[in-house]
Ligand binder design. Structure first.
Ligand code: HEM
Length: 348
């Protein structure tokens, strides 16, 4: 065989080996592997809502400024932590795949935001009300979602399945303890929102510090009188009328891990005596319908981090990047093809 043909077949052979290995690790030959498409198939349910997020489908856009105190600048070189003000856009949402779901029935509420978009200093954040996850791996979280999914015929959840799942996962104790004590606030503005996963801060000296954070409402103004409990959009309406009068503010409080805290396990709360630092205030000044504002088309991928921050090896955190991208691709394609159906009940 001529040398050129020989080298060509060697090259083709090694490309085939590489492609096979890639497919293998991507789960193509393992029917049980949990992949991003499988997650999104499960989360979107039997009848996907075209053009909407496959999780946290219902939300409202916000804009404002992050007013940094500068107190984190010795831990991170990130621009956003220098003393000063940085504009952001963001989104309050409720968990679930239904863009018209009643606000007050959702078990989890969320706050996402992005600063310095389109630059190397971009920081995207997506936080939920629970401080911890129930389980520590994407595989176990997939099973949790399966256990919580309603039966396709009866449309009811199976309490036995749910009990069996949590019994098999004792690591869910901290989450279930939180859930037992959690009293939903009467406003998006009065909840606490947690990073849950841990991240690293990096400073000029090359030091690395694991952190989690919580967005803590300035005043826990929990005004029941402002809430129209009969409305499916009660929380969105309450937020809008609040913002029409005043800014809504949260402090961003960072907790610094000690050397014996596990930053890769989102089920374990860190002890309450850990050092905390107030990084500054998220001051929210306006709201917009999600179909007409920046947050609607955004993907609040928590792996988009500025210089001076990085992701821990927490497998849940790592999985989020791939799953959010999969959800984003599906809804962006549907929107482009005009398949998006406007949510009729204020879910847009
Ligand atoms: C393996 C675990 C998780 C999976 C599979 C998952 C899945 C998803 C998906 C598919 C979306 C929609 C993405 C899009 O189309 O833009 C989403 C959005 C979101 N997730 Fe997760 N998630 C996970 C863990 C978490 C955790 C730990 C948090 C909180 C710290 C969180 C907070 C959020 C929030 C706030 C949004 C909505 C962001 C927005 O307003 O667009 N998720 N998630």
């Amino acid at each position: 065989m001529p040398a050129i043909l020989y080298r060509g077949s060697l090259l083709l052979g090694s490309m085939a080996v590489f492609a096979t290995a890639t497919l293998y690790f991507a789960g193509a030959f393992n029917r049980d592997a949990v992949t991003a498409p499988k997650f999104v198939d499960l989360q979107q349910g039997d009848t996907p809502h075209a053009g909407f997020r496959r999780a946290h489908a219902k939300g409202i856009c916000i804009t404002g400024n992050f007013e940094s105190i500068g107190a984190l600048s010795s831990y991170s070189i990130a621009e956003v932590f220098k003393k000063g003000s940085t504009p952001f856009y963001g989104r309050f949402s409720i968990a679930g795949n239904n863009p018209t779901a009643p606000d007050l029935k959702a078990p989890v509420r969320s706050l996402a935001f992005a600063v310095n978009s389109g630059t190397v200093d971009e920081w995207r954040v997506a936080m939920n009300t629970p401080p911890v996850m129930a389980v520590a791996t994407p595989e176990a979280f997939f099973q949790q979602l399966q256990a919580l999914s309603p039966d396709p015929i009866t449309k009811q959840r199976d309490p036995e399945k749910i009990t069996a799942f949590f019994k098999a996962h004792p690591e869910s104790k901290a989450f279930n303890d939180w859930k037992a004590d959690y009293v939903p606030a009467n406003s998006f503005a009065a909840e606490r929102y947690h990073s849950i996963n841990a991240f690293y801060l990096h400073n000029e000296l090359g030091d690395k510090q694991a952190v989690r954070w919580v967005a803590r409402p300035h005043k826990a103004t929990n005004n029941a009188a402002m809430l129209d409990t009969s409305s499916a959009n009660a929380l969105q309406q309450e937020l809008a009328s609040r913002l029409d009068q005043n800014a809504v503010k949260f402090d961003l409080i960072f907790t610094l891990a000690a050397s014996n805290d596990d930053e890769n396990n989102p089920t374990i709360p860190w002890p309450s005596d850990r050092q905390t630092i107030n990084a500054g205030t998220l001051s929210i000044v306006s709201w917009h319908n999600q179909e007409n504002a920046a947050c609607g088309d955004a993907n609040f991928d928590p792996l988009v981090l500025p210089q001076g921050m990085s992701a821990t090896a927490d497998p849940i955190l790592r999985a989020r990047g791939a799953v959010y991208a999969q959800s984003y691709r599906r809804r962006a394609k549907e929107t482009l093809l005009g398949a998006k159906v406007s949510a009729t009940n204020g879910g847009e």
